[in-house]
Ligand binder design. Structure first.
Ligand code: SF4
Length: 79
């Protein structure tokens, strides 16, 4: 258990999904900085949201880095 909502291993041939828990997000913005193609702020609340539900393989590294960087474990990756 890594303390983050990231599977230990991800099968690259399976679709990987990502979502942000708005009850945990504190608008720190690490995810938006690390992976701007995957996360953006919601206008008004400034909570982060995943731009796309299914993560393209080319962006998987960025997605994992963003989830690792989130200090509130608000990002969950399901692989
Ligand atoms: S890094 Fe975490 S707390 Fe910060 S905006 Fe992204 S999801 Fe929210």
């Amino acid at each position: 258990m890594n303390g983050k909502n990231i599977p230990g291993s991800i099968e690259v041939d399976k679709p990987v999904k990502v979502y942000v828990d708005h009850t945990l997000c504190k608008t720190i913005g690490a995810c938006v900085q690390i992976a701007p193609e995957l996360f953006k702020f919601t206008p008004g609340t400034k909570k982060a949201v995943a731009v796309m539900e299914t993560v393209p393989p080319a962006l998987l590294g960025q997605c994992k880095a963003a989830a690792e960087a989130c200090p509130y474990n608000a990002i969950t990756i399901i692989g």
